[in-house]
Ligand binder design. Sequence first.
Ligand SMILES: NC(=O)c1ccc[n+]([C@@H]2O[C@H](COP(=O)([O-])OP(=O)(O)OC[C@H]3O[C@@H](n4cnc5c(N)ncnc54)[C@H](OP(=O)(O)O)[C@@H]3O)[C@@H](O)[C@H]2O)c1
Length: 255
Amino acid sequence: MTLFDLSGKTAVVTGGTRGIGLMMARGLLDAGARVYISSRKPAACAAAAAELAQYGTVAAIPADLSTEDECLRLAREVGEREQALNILVNNAGATWAAPLEEFPAAAWDKVVDLNLKAPFFLTRAFLPLLEAGGTHDDPARVINVGSIDGLHVPSLPTYSYSASKAGLHHLTRVLARDLGPRQITVNAVAPGPFESKMMAATLQEFGDEITRSTPLRRIGRPDDMAGVAVYLSSRAGAYVNGAVIPVDGGLATTL
Ligand SMILES: NC(=O)c1ccc[n+]([C@@H]2O[C@H](COP(=O)([O-])OP(=O)(O)OC[C@H]3O[C@@H](n4cnc5c(N)ncnc54)[C@H](OP(=O)(O)O)[C@@H]3O)[C@@H](O)[C@H]2O)c1
């Protein structure tokens, strides 16, 4: 078995129907894992599962993860099909930009519910399955998708988004301490700019400027996200716990 092999592992990727979640789901499948993807829209779930099927065994369970009830239902439905879970990727997320004076209360509720509370509720709901999947030598893995906007001060007025991501990075460290002894690691990935629906408008307007100010002179590629997901999920990443890993070509890390 190679250092990065995920054969025999089972993973859940929230928001796995497009963008960064799809990139990570494809990487995990390619490395041999069986993958459940989830997002709100049943049609998007079915289409993404059909697309991903060329890489391995994939199933989709639609759920609106902005409520704890739905987080619990997703864990219950996976638990009806699986004895154990090895990898939970908390990726589903939303953003909201508005000037300070106009920034609505709804922009806090929507963004914090999905970006910060859902990873907590999901991790807790999946604990029995994750504990069943982890061992001393090969712990189960929780991967939270944060953002470089939780590391530096972003240029856009995304107040609740950057706060939710900084909160998620810190929640990652807190849970890493609590769950390590239960044979579960908790880490975060902090992506820089990657093509997705969420980033489309930003890249359209500022893409060239972002590329110019990134030391590696490009935005992220699907393999960059697949790679970090496989690393953190495999034997290669078994001793990494409580880390927040920027994957941004140096954009925020060298500021
Ligand atoms: N793209 C970037 O450059 C970038 C940079 C830093 C961090 N990130 C983070 O990466 C993650 C993915 O972002 P993305 O850029 O790939 O965005 P995206 O293209 O908008 O994808 C978001 C995913 O989450 C799902 N989703 C949205 N609301 C949901 C809800 N209430 N319940 C369940 N699923 C929901 C969406 O599917 P449905 O619409 O079907 O629900 C979709 O699958 C987010 O956490 C984001 O903050 C992205």
